[in-house]
Design a protein around this ligand. Structure first.
Ligand SMILES: *[C@@H]1O[C@H](CO)[C@@H](O)[C@H](O)[C@H]1NC(C)=O
Length: 282
């Protein structure tokens, strides 16, 4: 065999090993159960499916083993079917500092046939108050849909089935703090929040409908910069596509479509809010 060919075939071999080992979307590998390990949180189908279950005795939660400083994070979620009023399913990135950073997606359950609300927030240095809420353009309990966060030095983009619903730009030049130095973990939970979740707490969790279960698939944390002993390293092969990504004009117009048709609350237009600096930019 010619040396070049040996080289090609051995790198093919390494690539195949890597595809088998490195590129797994395996909950057994990527996450740890932090609440409900007694059976309320379950990893099934050889690591391909994770379920969180809430009943009167407990909710459930998981988080990624790794911490990340920037990345493109996707997961597919099928929310609690039927009557989910009072329950909240969360999917968020959060750092551990006392003045923490956080990118937050919370799905507020509802009675059968009534819409879920997707509640989002962004914290910098422990300060949030940046809520935006949306209805979805599909029933999120009927099937799996993908929920993504792109977090790079320029912008945070939250997407639903590839459609941007929110962006938070790096506006440090205008004095708005940005999330750029605290590594975050992905966290997810299902819990009872019937004090406030559904119609401001008017509709309570109907425990006769328990157990409530939300299901997760395809957690993709490959296109990320993984934090380890004080520094972050990005998989170079993947890095370029998302690391510099911003919304192009197609993305901007889809974002405008969502804001016009599905946004039900925006802190920027709330008369009670202090109208922070970032609100005058978008
Ligand atoms: C639940 O349904 C009601 C009635 O359609 C709606 O007003 C509300 O925004 C929905 N979501 C929540 C979380 O209350």
């Amino acid at each position: 065999m010619a040396p070049a060919l040996v080289c090609v075939s051995s790198s093919m071999f390494l690539l195949m090993i890597c595809l088998a080992i490195c590129s797994r979307a395996d909950f057994n590998w990527d996450v740890e159960i932090t609440w409900g390990a007694d059976g309320h949180a379950k990893i099934l189908e050889d690591g391909k499916l994770l379920t969180l279950t809430l009943d009167k005795s407990s909710g459930a939660a998981f988080r990624t083993r790794n911490q990340f400083l920037f990345g493109s994070f996707d997961v597919k979620i099928k929310l609690v079917p039927g009557d989910s009023a009072g329950t909240v399913t969360t999917y968020y990135l959060r750092s551990e500092a006392a003045a923490w950073d956080e990118i937050d997606l919370e799905f507020l359950g509802n009675s059968s046939g009534e819409p879920y609300v997707l509640h989002t927030n962004i914290y910098t240095g422990g300060v949030g108050n940046r809520e935006q809420q949306f209805y979805l353009w599909f029933d999120p309990r009927a099937d799996f849909h993908s929920y993504s966060v792109i977090w790079n030095p320029r912008v945070i983009i939250i997407m639903v089935d590839g459609t941007p619903i929110r962006q938070f730009k790096n506006l440090e030049s205008r004095g708005v703090p940005y999330l750029k130095s605290q590594p975050m973990r992905i966290q997810s939970s299902l819990w009872n929040a019937d004090e406030w979740a559904t119609r401001g707490g008017l509709v309570k969790t109907d425990w006769s409908k328990a157990p409530f279960t939300a299901s997760f698939r395809n957690l993709n944390v490959e296109n990320t910069c993984v934090w380890s002993s004080g520094s972050s390293s990005c998989g170079t092969g993947h890095r370029s596509s998302w690391f510099d990504q911003e919304l192009d004009s197609g993305g901007q117009s889809r974002l405008a479509w969502v804001r016009k048709n599905y946004m039900i609350y925006d802190y920027c237009t709330d008369p009670k809010s202090r109208s922070p600096a970032e609100c005058s930019v978008n």
